[in-house]
Design a protein around this ligand. Structure first.
Ligand code: GRF
Length: 209
């Protein structure tokens, strides 16, 4: 059983998908802490309604460093194995990332390394790609740049708007995040440079190509 701390800022539908997978018994994990930096985040209300340890740590009026310090202190008490970013609209410092190397995961609504940053779905449409999707990755010091755990794709339709494409990608996100966390819960993976190797056998895992 892995201990998860979830950081979010808004809707929280990915958090809900993770919570549902745990409740359904398909993900061997426990949510030990949910932190929102926004009081109006639906994800925070959901966490409270589900009786999870949930905290509002507002960033308003604080420097980036001071806010992060509060989050880091709370994480130190919660002792998660992994920090799960689920629509957390704050950049993490290099110190935070280094302290949780390969233990912070994020989901991004594009097939990285294409279209990092904000409005990834609109970026994909504007570029005219025929396939897009989502990526679950470890967080490193770059923007949406760390080692990739898992990707799922969707076909871009001629009729797509940013809204319709986002909605279809989101359906895949809700499958991808629990699936990626299952890899972490299983413990059968290694990070080799930029690659996350999951291997079918012990030999493959220990000696990736
Ligand atoms: C998702 O599209 C995710 O890929 C991105 O932020 C959005 C969060 O949505 N990082 P939700 O709060 O999980 O519903």
């Amino acid at each position: 059983m892995i201990r998860l701390a979830v950081l979010l800022s808004g809707r929280g539908s990915n958090f809900a998908a993770i919570y549902r997978a745990i409740a359904a018994g398909s993900l061997d994990a426990e949510v030990v802490l949910v932190v929102s930096n926004r009081s109006d985040a639906a994800g925070l209300a959901a966490a409270r309604a589900w009786g999870l340890p949930a905290e509002l740590i507002e960033n308003r009026g604080l420097s980036r460093a001071a806010h992060e310090q509060l989050v880091v202190q709370r994480l130190a008490t919660a002792q998660p194995d992994f920090v799960v970013l689920a629509g957390y609209m704050r950049l993490l410092s290099a110190e935070f990332v280094a302290a949780y190397r390969n233990r912070i995961v994020n989901i991004h609504p594009s097939v990285l390394p294409a279209f990092p940053g904000v409005d990834a779905q609109a970026q994909a449409l504007a570029h005219g790609v025929k396939v897009s999707g989502c990526t679950v990755h470890f967080v490193d010091e770059g923007l949406d740049a760390g080692p990739i755990l898992l990707q799922r794709t969707v076909t871009v339709l001629d009729s797509d708007t940013a809204e319709t494409l986002s909605a279809r990608i989101l359906e895949q996100e809700h499958l991808a995040y629990p699936e990626a966390l299952r890899i972490l819960a299983g413990g059968r993976y290694r990070v080799v440079g930029r690659r996350v190797v999951t291997g079918n056998s012990e030999a493959e895992l220990n000696h990736p190509g």
